[in-house]
Every structure is written in structure tokens, then in C-alpha cells.
Design a protein. Structure first.
Length: 300
């Protein structure tokens, strides 16, 4: 099986989030220009040898170990705008069905949520690449890491109070839940407004509904943008038309998109809902966090 990173969601849509320090972090595929930054992160890691004897103590051995991961693994990096590479996730295929995972965050950025986001990205990436199982090993004393893995769905293969603990995640269960098309869970009774309508009409819709934004369509029902309550806060805009103030660069998905990709988009873009369109870009619904949770509740 050809595990091609370029076919994955994370390659096309790097995952952005704010860590617990309030700093923007981007998780993206490792490329050639960031390889030296990744090596530098491990060379600066203190103390070395602190997790399962890694990173190697000697500089040459440490550099060689990182280069081996770059050459033989499927790699993601967490990027800080001020610090460069601050986290790393690598998948090592054992066979076509099983891979082994390593997640490392530089000491200064630990306990800020970067490790959790790297694990979540690795789960979706592993699923999209066709793996059925992820395995990992972690020191039994690393309580925080074990908590992150358990929260993400990993289970103990065999628990030992001392030494390394083996854990695994069954992706077939994950796949049955998230590899469902948006059409099956979206809200088809979506409120929308035409771009030719006056903004006063939009105000009325907002006052009589619980939505924070409205998809905007043209006369043919095609999605052309979105308007939010915030867009109408200035009195000068009330007398204008919706088409004059809408945001045209709008995030949307097709109805045949699977919800795994929608989840990453909702998390990356920090939005509550995304318009859904058909092949002709006609608005057919909206999918949000509530729809995904309802799907989970029904499935389980």
C-alpha cells in the first residue's frame, strides 16, 4: 500500500489552533525547509535520554536518529511563529495495516495542548492513509502522556506499573464513525438569505432565530457568501443590501465530504458550522458541532 501524505487533509489544510499560553500553533506536514529546524529541536532537547532513552545523548547520534525518522517515517511538525518547530509526530509503518506512533513536544511547550493536537491529527492522518491500527509505547511514569492517549481512544495492550506501557488504537471503530458523508448528518432545513435582500431583512431573521450567521445565496440558490450578526453592528450598514456587506471568501464543504474532514475544519477554523453545497454549489444544508455530536449519540 502506498501511504501518500499528499493525499491527506492535513497536507492540504494545515491545522491551526491557539495553545494554552494563547500562542498560535500550526500543525503541518514536514517539508525540506523544516528538516533542519526539526533536528535543531531535538539537539536542544533537555534533558536528552529522558523518554525511553531518547533523544540520543551524543549530538551525532541524535542527528542521525532524527534523519532516520525523516527518511523512514511519515512526519508532522508543530510550528510556533516565534520558536519554529516545537513539536513532532512520526508514523512508522509496521505493515500495510499497522503503524507505530511517536509524539514529542519540546520541554518549553509541554502541557500547552500541542501534544493533544498532534495525537488528534495523527489519528485522522493514519485513517486517511489506510492504517487499521496505531501502536505506541510510553513510560508508565508519564501520567500526562498516558492521559492524552487514553482521552484520544488508545487502550492498554498490557499495563505495567514500571517501565514502558504498550497502547493501541483500533482505527476500524474510528473509521465506522467518521467516514460518513456530510449529507447523512447535516441539517437540510437551513436558514439562508438572498444577496439582493436589504440588511433590515437579515436583522429580522437574526432576531427571530438562534443562528449567529446566515449563508447568502443568489437567485439560483448558489452559495455566494455569508453574513453574521457582527457585520450588521454598524448603523450605516442597515440601509444597504446583503450583497454589499457579505463575506464572499466563505468556507464550505460538498455534501459527499466525510465528517472526519469537517471535524478538522471546524477545529482549525474555529467556526461553529459550515455551509454544505452540491456539485453545482447550490446550498443544500449546514453542518455544525451539534450535528456531529448527534451523530455520535446515535451511533453509540
Amino acid at each position: 500500500m502506498d501511504h501518500n501524505l499528499e493525499d491527506s487533509t492535513i497536507y492540504c489544510f494545515p491545522h491551526a489552533f491557539i495553545n494554552k499560553k494563547g500562542e498560535p500553533i500550526l500543525i503541518a506536514a514536514l517539508d525540506d525547509k523544516r528538516c533542519e529546524q526539526l533536528i535543531a529541536m531535538y539537539l536542544a532537547y533537555k534533558p536528552r535520554g529522558s523518554f525511553q532513552g531518547l533523544p540520543p545523548l551524543a549530538d551525532a547520534a541524535c542527528k542521525s536518529w532524527v534523519q532516520h525518522m525523516i527518511g523512514h517515517g511519515i512526519n508532522l511538525v508543530a510550528l510556533s511563529f516565534g520558536e519554529g518547530v516545537v513539536g513532532h509526530m512520526a508514523l512508522f509503518p509496521i505493515n500495510d495495516r499497522v503503524c507505530e506512533m511517536l509524539v514529542v513536544v519540546c520541554p518549553a511547550m509541554q502541557n500547552t495542548g500541542i501534544g493533544t493536537e498532534l495525537v488528534r491529527c495523527s489519528i485522522q492522518l493514519s485513517d486517511e492513509l489506510g492504517f487499521e491500527r496505531i501502536r505506541l509505547s510510553v513510560e508508565s511514569t508519564n501520567v500526562r502522556a498516558r492521559h492524552v492517549y487514553k482521552k484520544s481512544g488508545f487502550e492498554y495492550l498490557k499495563y505495567e506499573a514500571v517501565g514502558e506501557v504498550e497502547m493501541a488504537l483500533d482505527l476500524t471503530t474510528y473509521r465506522s464513525v467518521v467516514n460518513v458523508s456530510v449529507a447523512g448528518i447535516m441539517n437540510a432545513n437551513v436558514l439562508s438569505i438572498q444577496e439582493s435582500e436589504p440588511c433590515r431583512t437579515a436583522v429580522g431573521v437574526f432576531l427571530n432565530s438562534h443562528v449567529a450567521s446566515l449563508p447568502v445565496v443568489d437567485e439560483q440558490g448558489s452559495l455566494v457568501g455569508i453574513i453574521s450578526k457582527t457585520d450588521l453592528m454598524l448603523p450605516s450598514k442597515i440601509a444597504r443590501k446583503v450583497g454589499d456587506i457579505l463575506t464572499r471568501d466563505v468556507l464550505f464543504v460538498r455534501e459527499d465530504c466525510d465528517i472526519a474532514k469537517v471535524i478538522r475544519m471546524l477545529q482549525s477554523k474555529k467556526v461553529r458550522a459550515i455551509p454544505v453545497v452540491d456539485r453545482e454549489r447550490k446550498l443544500v444544508g449546514v453542518v455544525g458541532r451539534k450535528d456531529i455530536l448527534a451523530h455520535y449519540a446515535k451511533h453509540f
